[in-house]
Ligand binder design. Structure first.
Ligand SMILES: *Cc1c(COP(=O)(O)O)cnc(C)c1O
Ligand code: SF4
Length: 450
């Protein structure tokens, strides 16, 4: 297998390579039903395979041929970060949940028995964090629009029904519930016209973020049906169309060799020709995802359309909880013309126990990496939590009036008045989410709780 090593900074490496046959990967994917095929080929130990079987009967699992053949280093299992990112890991379930499920498998339980136990466990894993299901669904003429989310004044999130899956699934995904068929929790929009009409009536909306799952799993012509109405002259207030996607990392072929790859690029150009900008909100969790020939070709082709690529990722234990990884990732992104945008904090859902990192540790890793890159990479915002009251960034650690504190601020707020306002929490090296923090200086509540 071809595992090109990452070249350390300082060793110049051309970033445009000639594509050749070995970069063209036929799309095939594996799930909990047939992953034995891959794990046998790669001779994983029996125990590890059993662990995967148990965990994948509760949490979603899907991984494609490109990730298997070009991103994972099979000589470094189980530590390889992309293996951790895509394959189920024992620690993703609590001992109690794991044993319950393992015993069912050992006893040869039926599929229905396993499914029933899985659903009970899933309900204990906070399947719908940050009140998304109830708090942010907008209405049109009194009718709820479940395919939209409008939490922050200027930005509407749109979840097209056909985009509610991904080319591979991330083990840490906070949207995991929709992938295991907890359908009452799924956002799905049926009508492009409703989206356009809602936005027509909301002149404060400056940008639409098309998200999922991954909207890039959709055929271009299908996606275009949603986008075209947004380009109407009556929607001039929409300045930017964003696409949230992991496809540049998981399936760069989407922009290079897929039958409608060129059509997608033409769609970006059409949006730009309408006087708007296109932002690809690309999820990258590790520099390894930037290091294949075809990923670089996809980035080059997207940028050729005039679209801007911004990058975001949560900071995750077992995957990227290391300042060197972030430093190299941001450097490579800047080299490739990608703008580092967000470092997120893993949400309080699903396999959170396995991936979470205390806020203070996340901040220290952030700052260490931030110090080592030049200003072009310092567009990135520090560890940020998408919490119920808003997006909250940890901006510093320090001592104020003799008390050790964490400094925070809202980057987005349920109430737009809150944005940018600094506030302080008691130093707490165990806290890993906003709700674990207490106000500093003897205050009873944070200002936004009053
Ligand atoms: C992050 C987020 C946005 C976009 O925020 P930006 O800071 O503009 O990138 C919009 N809506 C929701 C619900 C979000 O979580
Ligand atoms: S690509 Fe995004 S939505 Fe899809 S599994 Fe990964 S984190 Fe979740």
């Amino acid at each position: 297998m071809d595992m090109r090593p990452f070249s350390p900074p300082g060793r110049a490496k051309p970033h445009v390579f000639a594509m050749n046959q070995r970069d063209v990967e036929p799309f095939a994917y594996f799930t909990e039903r047939n992953f034995e095929n891959i794990t046998q080929v790669h001779e994983l130990p029996q125990e590890l395979r059993f662990d995967m079987k148990v965990v994948s009967s509760v949490l979603p699992f899907k991984v494609n041929s490109y990730v298997i053949n070009q991103l994972i280093d099979w000589s470094d299992i189980p530590d390889d970060p992309i293996f951790q990112l895509t394959f189920p890991q024992r620690g993703m379930l609590s001992d109690e949940h794991f044993e319950l499920m393992a015993n069912l498998h050992r006893a040869g339980a039926t599929r229905d028995q396993i499914k029933e136990a899985a659903n009970r466990i899933r309900l204990e894993l906070n399947p719908h964090p940050a009140g998304q299901k109830t708090l942010n669904v907008p209405h049109l003429d009194g009718e709820p629009l479940p395919g939209l989310q409008h939490k922050y004044r200027e930005t509407v999130l749109f979840f097209p029904a056909a985009g509610q899956t991904c080319h591979s699934y991330c083990t840490f995904c906070f949207r995991w519930a929709q992938f295991v068929g907890m359908t009452d929790l799924r956002f799905a929009a049926k009508e492009a016209t409703q989206l356009a009409e809602y936005i027509r009536r909301h002149p404060e909306v400056t940008n639409v973020l098309v998200t999922g799952g991954d909207p890039m799993v959709m055929k271009t012509h299908k996606l275009e049906q949603y986008i075209d109405p947004l380009l109407d002259a009556s929607l001039e207030h929409v300045q930017t169309i964003r696409f949230g996607t992991k496809s540049v990392a998981y399936w760069p072929q989407r922009f290079v060799t897929d039958p409608d790859a060129d059509d997608m690029l033409r769609l970006f150009e059409k949006i730009i020709a309408s006087g708007r900008s296109v932002a690809i909100m690309a999820h990258f969790n590790h520099y390894k995802e930037l290091d294949t020939v075809i990923a670089r070709e996809a980035i080059r082709r997207i940028r050729d359309t005039g679209a801007v690529i911004r990058s975001q990722s949560p900071i995750l234990s077992h995957i990227n909880d290391n300042a060197g990884v972030w430093e190299l990732m941001w450097r490579e992104q800047v080299r490739l013309g990608i703008i580092p945008y967000y470092m997120f904090v893993e949400r309080d859902t699903g396999a959170e126990q396995y991936f979470k990192i205390p806020l203070i540790r996340a901040y220290k890793i952030f700052r260490e990496a931030f110090r080592h890159v030049n200003g072009l990479a310092r567009t990135v915002r520090g560890p940020s939590m998408s919490a119920t009251p808003g997006k909250v960034e940890v901006t510093g650690l320090g001592e104020v009036a003799g008390e050790k504190v964490l400094a925070l601020r809202f980057l987005q707020g349920r109430n737009p008045e809150w944005v940018g306002k600094p506030f302080f929490a008691k130093y707490d090296d165990k806290a890993s989410w906003l709700t674990h923090l207490r106000p500093a200086f003897g205050q009873e509540k944070f200002f936004f709780e009053q």
